[in-house]
Design a protein. Structure first.
Lengths: 378, 98
């Protein structure tokens, strides 16, 4: 008697297999007539095969992961910059980026965001550009020119009418923001703004110029440039600088598909699980961009270890390696003298349970068959 | 028609930025997997089936934005259903800590 399709699906659901294998099995058995006997033979083979493919108990997965990521790492370029599209946005890639990811740097050397827009905003170039302009942090040099008048001892700002219209800010608003930012009065006549330092000194004048340049007049602070690129039929914004929390609240931005390359920021705004996914994605993308393929399981292991304490910690002296229980294992990694000295002062005891410390003292390591203890049952 | 896509009517009607707040569920974000808060009975069951103490579980901070969203307290167990590229869906547990 052949099993009905429903019965097959039901039985597959109950198998001790991961979802992807169950789906694949279900797909294979869809339009095939199978008898009870054949079905159980198939599932037994699949389950046995799956069990065989699993990692053996006591296998040193960490060492394998380190090798598997480290070896392709030797083939990566030491320094590369990549330009996102025609429009020159710098992104660190290659080995420096990979190091940055596993070091859990608070701020990456080139923070950048990929902003996707809501349906109503993403399809039209003009609207997308509007959003881009209102996100981009605007300073005075975007809007016009600035000159120092040494005879009058003041700063003269000439605003550009077109630039004001384009960025949707009025001369009054600019004057207001400048007065607020410098705590000095800003005289505004049409498109000209004159600011005078409190005392007529050259130093104050030059300092005032520098100060004015740094004031953000509009947009989100930290987003220094925004570039629009068409992907498929939607327009996507790429930024130089990152401010995830502010950007996802912006009108027109699709918060669910907007991301940054700053993993710590993702951890703060979206939580530890999102940070884990970000580590996996960023590391895989960095390797793939260099034409290297590393099995994602190795990267997942690294991401899991980095996030298992509820916050993103680095692989290294101040993170995973620095938290090892064994003094000898820590001393073998970096700053040997400090660790041994501190341990001696505290009177620490090393239980010799890990791999490194047992290699150091010349004992069998507790891995693979070395980790199996036999107990006689009487 | 998308607002502002008419060339004779520029998109000046869009009011952008300036203090506009938008609410969205963090769990809708593509990077955030589903987080489910377990009842004490359910978490006991999980711990028993793995044969571990709750202290052995991976941790998640009580200040984590998603934990705040689902209202987790210190000592709770959060079930996380991850989308995995290798196994389709995989289940993970984290203990909420201070």
């Amino acid at each position: 008697m052949n099993l009905s399709e429903k019965e097959v699906s039901k039985r597959i659901e109950g198998l001790p297999l991961p979802q992807s294998i169950r789906r694949a099995l279900e797909g294979e058995l869809q339009d095939v007539e199978v008898s009870e006997e054949q079905f159980s033979e198939i599932t037994e083979t699949v389950v046995a095969d799956y069990r065989r493919s699993k990692v053996e108990p006591c296998e040193a997965v960490g060492v394998v992961a380190a090798q598997s990521i480290g070896e392709p790492g030797t083939q990566m370029t030491m320094r590369t910059f990549h330009y996102a599209g025609v429009a020159e946005i710098n992104v660190t890639l290659g080995l420096p980026r990979l190091i940055e990811i596993v070091d859990a740097r608070k701020i990456p050397s080139t923070p950048t965001m990929t902003i996707r827009l809501d349906k109503d905003y993403a399809l039209d170039r003009d609207i997308a550009r509007e959003v881009a302009w209102s996100i981009e942090s605007t300073n005075i040099l975007h809007l016009g020119s600035m000159a120092t008048d040494l005879a009058e001892m003041n700063v003269v700002i000439e605003l550009n009418e077109d630039a004001l219209l384009q960025r949707k800010i009025t001369a009054e608003e600019v004057a207001g923001r400048l007065a607020e930012g410098t705590k000095l009065p800003a005289e505004q006549h049409a498109n000209q703004i004159i600011m005078t330092p409190p005392e007529p000194s050259y130093r104050d004048l030059l300092q005032l110029v520098e100060k004015i340049k740094t004031i953000s007049l509009k947009g989100i602070e930290g987003i220094n440039r925004v570039v629009i690129r068409k992907e498929g039929d939607e327009y996507v914004l790429y930024t130089e600088g990152s401010a995830l929390k502010e950007v996802i609240q912006f009108q027109g931005v699709d918060p669910t598909r907007t991301k940054t390359n700053n993993i710590t920021e993702i951890g703060d705004v979206l939580g530890i699980e999102a940070a884990r996914n970000a580590i996996i994605n960023e590391a895989t993308d960095t390797l793939r961009e260099q034409g290297l393929s590393v099995d994602v399981r190795h990267i997942m292991l690294v991401a899991d270890i980095m996030t298992c304490d509820g916050e993103v910690k680095q692989i290294g002296r101040h993170g995973v390696s620095g938290e090892k229980a064994s003094v000898l294992a820590r001393a073998a990694f970096e700053v040997t003298v400090n660790h041994i000295l501190d341990a001696a002062v505290r009177g620490d005891v090393d239980d010799l349970r890990g791999v490194t410390e047992n290699v150091i003292v010349g004992q069998p390591i507790q891995l693979g068959t070395g980790d199996v203890k036999l107990v006689a049952k009487r | 028609m998308v607002e502002g896509s008419n060339p004779f009517e520029p998109a000046y009607r869009l009011i952008l930025g300036s203090g506009f707040m938008k609410k969205f569920a963090l769990q809708d974000h593509g990077l955030v997997p589903a987080h489910i808060l377990l009842s004490p009975e359910e978490s006991d069951e999980v711990l028993k089936s793995y044969g571990v103490d709750s202290a052995h579980l991976p941790k998640i901070r009580v200040s984590d934005p998603v934990v705040k969203e689902i209202g987790g307290k210190v000592g709770d167990v959060v079930k996380i259903i991850r989308n995995s590229s290798t196994s389709g869906e995989s289940v993970f547990y984290r203990l909420v800590i201070d």
